[in-house]
Ligand binder design. Structure first.
Ligand code: ADP
Ligand code: MG
Length: 684
């Protein structure tokens, strides 16, 4: 029986106030803390480490036309409140010295608005004016204090929060922040001209201009800290595995024809090569640590299945862990017939099983199950495997190092096969995943047609509808992605709801909607209805699952495509054209396009190779791009940028090995402790 306590993450020190739950801040209750969790903010430490995406200087506008482009500050006198009925918006009529403006709010609390915008008073507001039927409107303006600075910080948000509120809470957390002891060597700080941790935090959340050298030094300091904490976790994992140092089970390195016959298709050359690599790894007598990288739709699941079947033939169990219930269910449905063809026992386990089903599943896992498919439930304490030999981790970046350790701790000498659709370059994969050796699947299964990608001006949206009607009449399905409004998720939701209504009025059929504010259960429900064809058109903010397979989905429409990063667009597009049917992707844009946006859309029209796109993405990204890592689809680090900070990554690797473990370093571990990674969000 393996010692299970060993595989748990080190106990968290609770002596630091920054480990406290966010609810320890005045004004944050259970509901808000749930919203914050969606941003990966669980503790006070996560609040202060939630960094701004960018800083904006504020422009004042008195209302004289032409309409400014982008957010402005206005002084207005509030004239009248017009509460909305049912789903219509709450309106406030106001005027500036030059014209009348209408302020619009969806999902508003009247009491809050009455307090923020007292009738007959003047207020300073911040928002993006737009012209609608000859009137100037502003959707969801913020109010500003009278002594507002002439800049504002923009933080990544989630639906249901506003910049204003989030900024307030971050400010409170900073005010309570107790500076930690120094963990970096003094000479290093001096040589690199890096400030101490607390000073660096202040600098990042402060009014300093991004192009000041002190700002970049502060950012680098925090990035180094984050990378060091990550390297320390990898090191601990490796030591733990070495400690366990027992040979894993050795399946035969020869691909068994019977296993290949159980599949409904022949493996591609790259799939075979990846499978062979895994079998060779497991045959060495050492424990496998393999990363399979391949674009969405490249067929990683089949490689995983063959490895698991080979493990079963050698007498071991395998498990396949997916980040969501829906993805795990999807794997179960795909793999069950394949497993049955080979006479293998397949078991499903997730947190959503009923007590009786769960009991039966646990019995099978402790008994003669060959393949176990599930979610995070797979590594919980009460799950005992009879002979776990291989752990497959799908969407690897959605799980933390500690979670992986807990899963492999469920057996001795457990081989690891991690899979990811994030095509990051090999050097970065090394730093990110440390011990994992990467193998790539670049070739797509035969018979798959290239996705037709077109860029189209948003003004032609009505023409698009005819095409959509045609596609839907053939029983095919359509994704409609709403624009990303980086700094206001309230607007993301609003625009998605409006689009849903508009499409319903034009097409007359029921239109599905998924967004980040929905509970996971409802989201899965809508996705399942879309999968079954009960809904044919699905409107979504950018939160839809990367791995969901709907072969009948043939059209992907992305509104305001110019606002998305390349990697994001590529990931979104990868959701269509997964079956034999021709896939199409329509990139709707609003002219004029800047040269960078133009180049991005062009690249996308000309290639579907995720590795090429990833490289182009890195090449095109601006230097001051704080959201860099998030944009490239690896929501792993809060501060560090995988490209810009490559040199720091090497430093962190060296420091992790060199620095003797001491109290201050444990404070670092604690500050950057891996939380629940939460939903994968394609955008901040
Ligand atoms: P991903 O790499 O994104 O996890 P999947 O494993 O889900 O991709 O495969 C995507 C689709 O391609 C599935 O429907 C799968 O059955 C199919 N597929 C995988 N390999 C092949 C192949 N060699 N030939 C034909 N279809 C394949
Ligand atoms: Mg997959």
């Amino acid at each position: 029986m393996p010692d299970q306590t060993q595989s748990k993450p080190p106990a968290r020190s609770s002596s630091y106030p920054w480990s406290q739950d966010t609810t320890s801040i005045g004004g944050i209750g259970p509901k808000l803390s749930m919203l914050l969790k969606r941003l990966g903010i669980n503790r006070l430490a996560d609040l202060v480490l939630h960094l701004p995406i960018r800083r904006e200087s504020l422009t004042y506008w008195d209302g004289a036309l032409p309409l400014p482009d982008g957010p402005v500050v206005m002084r207005v006198d509030v004239q009248a409140h017009k509460p909305g009925y049912r789903r219509s918006p709450y309106r406030i009529l106001a005027c500036s010295s030059a014209l009348d403006v209408e302020l619009f709010f969806f999902h508003a609390y009247p009491q809050t608005l009455l307090r923020q915008f007292p009738e007959g008073h003047g207020v300073a507001i911040l928002g993006r004016p737009r012209m609608q039927r000859g009137r100037v409107q502003i959707l969801h303006p913020e109010t500003l204090p009278d002594d507002a600075a002439d800049f504002r910080l923009i933080y990544p948000l989630t639906e249901g929060l506003t910049q204003q509120r989030l900024r307030h809470f971050i400010g409170m957390a900073l005010a309570q922040f107790v500076p930690p002891p120094e963990w970096l060597p003094k000479e290093l700080l001096k040589r690199q001209q890096m400030p101490d941790f607390a000073t660096a935090l202040e600098m990042i959340h402060g009014p300093h201009a991004e192009d000041k050298p002190e700002f970049e030094q502060a950012r680098r300091r925090l990035a180094l800290d984050e990378l060091l904490a990550h390297q320390r976790r990898l090191l601990a994992l490796r030591r733990h595995q070495e400690h366990q140092n027992v040979a894993g089970l050795k399946p035969s390195p020869n691909i068994a024809p019977a296993i290949l016959k159980a599949l409904p298709f022949a493996l591609t050359k790259d799939q075979k090569m990846a499978l062979q690599t895994c079998l060779n790894d497991m045959a060495t007598g050492q424990v496998m640590a393999r990363l399979v990288q391949g674009d969405v739709g490249s067929g990683k699941t089949a490689v995983a299945f063959c490895s698991m079947a080979a493990m079963a033939k050698a007498g071991g169990q395998s498990c396949l862990m997916a980040p969501t219930d829906l993805l795990a269910r999807q794997h179960e449905q795909t793999l069950r017939p394949w497993a049955e063809a080979l006479g293998l026992t397949l078991v499903f386990l997730s947190g959503r099983l009923k007590a009786k089903e769960r009991k039966k599943a646990l019995e099978d896992i402790a008994g003669d199950a060959d393949i176990i498919i599930g979610t995070h439930a797979l590594f919980q304490d009460d799950v005992v495997y009879s002979r776990l030999g291989l752990a497959v981790i799908d969407e690897q970046h959605r799980f933390g190092v500690a979670q992986r350790a807990r899963l492999t701790g469920k057996g001795q000498g457990v081989h690891v096969l991690a899979m990811t659709a994030t095509p990051i370059p090999r050097s970065l994969a090394m730093a990110l995943y440390g011990d994992l050796d990467a193998v790539q699947i670049r070739e797509k299964p035969a018979g798959r047609k290239a996705i037709e990608t077109v860029a189209m001006q948003a003004s032609r949206i009505d023409e698009l509808l005819d095409g959509i009607k045609r596609v839907m009449s053939r029983g095919e399905r359509v994704y409609w992605i709403c624009p990303l409004v980086e700094d206001s998720e309230a607007l993301n939701l609003t625009s998605a709801e409006q689009r849903q209504e508009w499409l319903h009025s034009k097409l007359g059929t029921e239109i599905g909607l998924v967004h980040g504010q929905m509970p996971a259960l409802n989201k899965d429900d809508v996705m399942a209805r879309f999968q079954q064809g009960d809904l044919q058109l699905l409107v979504a903010t950018t939160v839809i699952e990367v791995g969901v397979n709907v072969p009948e989905a043939t059209v992907m429409i992305i509104e305001h495509a110019e606002r998305f990063g390349l990697a994001q667009l590529h990931q979104l597009r990868g959701r269509v054209g997964r079956g034999a049917l021709q896939g199409r992707c329509v990139l709707l844009y609003h002219p004029p396009l800047g040269p960078l946006s133009q180049e991005r859309l062009n690249i996308l029209r000309h290639t579907e190779d995720g590795f090429v796109i990833a490289e182009e993405d890195l090449r095109l990204r601006g230097a001051g791009d704080m959201a860099g890592t998030r944009q490239s689809g690896v929501p792993y680090f809060k501060v560090a940028d995988l490209v810009r900070d490559q040199e720091l990554m090497a430093d962190a690797q060296r420091l992790a090995r060199m620095l003797p473990d001491h109290e201050a370093l444990r404070a670092l571990d604690d500050l950057f402790a891996e939380g629940d990674l939460g939903d994968l969000r394609l955008a901040g």
